[in-house]
Design a protein around this ligand. Sequence first.
Ligand SMILES: [Zn+2]
Length: 470
Amino acid sequence: MRRRARVAVALPFLMLATTTLNAQKPPSAHSDPPAGGPVWLDVYRAPASRLIGEAVSGTFAWDRLATLTDTIGNRLSGTPALDRAIQWAVAEMTRDGLENVHTERVMVPKWVRGSESAEIVEPVRHQIVMLGLGDSVGTTGDGVQGEVLVVRSFEELDARASAARGRIVLFNVPFTSYGETVRFRSMGPSRAARHGAVAILVRAVGPSGLRTPHTGALSYTGDAPKIPAAAVSTEDADRLQRMTDRGGRVVVRLKMEAHFEPDAPSANVVGEIRGRERPEEIVVVSGHLDSWDVGAGATDDGGGCVVTWEAVRLMKKLNLRPRRTVRVVLWTNEENGGRGGLGYRDQHRAELARHVLMLESDGGVFRPQGFGFTGSDAARETVKAIATLLSGIAADQISPGGGGADIGPSMQEAHIPGMSLDVDGSKYFLIHHTPADTVDKIDPVEMAKCAAAVAVMAYVVADLPQRLGE
Ligand SMILES: [Zn+2]
């Protein structure tokens, strides 16, 4: 009966929360908070409904992301734009009424793209749509020119090693999954340099787009010279493949001014809602504020910053103060160094053991599906029960494997349970690390639901009578 009463109180919020989402739910799911489940969960049904209702009652999260990406834009490590974004976030968190708002300084690498271009110069001239890979060295003077060798795998490269000398190697490997295909971007430069290649091109790591190149970091190894490397659009990769398949020389010229400058000061941004009973125990929610230097860094990862920050703002706004502290961290330098996550681990070593859970949202803020989770079986059971509070927004799935590039170092150091926001990923890699990563790709209602899901999960984990997993 008590549960019924709570449901009735929460109904206006629930109606708001469910009006726009039933179309996406399987027919067997229902919108009311599910009956059953452990008794301890009952006390959380009303706060969960309030958090969801507040999150989806407007477009606050999307508007904030639009402001960030329109007024500041992309935010590569070491740029004034990232500095402005950090100062903006501090001011906005303070305005939200968050507690203990501050920055935590770390030094970050400063890679500068400069101007860049690529063209086919033989047998006919064609401009190539390209983006230099992050952390690549540049070319000298007039650029590097060479006959193209197209390969479709590392095995083919090794089999044709003698043909790679003095050439520009193109890795033309169609996108399957990011994990499978990204290795040609990260490892391709040194693999080709070992065989004497003078530069590499890599087919953009993403599904075929509209002639969209995808940047992203490469990773040179110590056993080969550093050679310039660039991503080319799938259309340009396919053209180079067709031209070389016809036989005869295909020559490309690549010009890149890319270089490193000395490390620059940067910072993680931190804000909190302090716990009412055990403030020294901490739940971290997070996204990374830096981005690549193309597009607006909306999906990667301005959106993750805003929806995790929303969790804390919503609690504050609704006067829901959990037992433990919920801390939002906006990381610096995820994309090309990971110094923010490493810096946090080092600066917070003394309190890592009191971190109850760390969550990172870095897979986009499209339609939420639930969370990936890494932790003990007992913790997983608790998290699964909490996720049932999100069935009304169809974000109740708990899948194996939770974590993130920035929370990883701390998770490993202190065996902290880790979580990632899982969303419909079908659009993510179309725009990932491209000029098309802009806020218009993000739906305000889906984004609000992401914020709701993170808020409910973080609130309940932070408020549990017993620490997660105990
Ligand atoms: Zn990211």
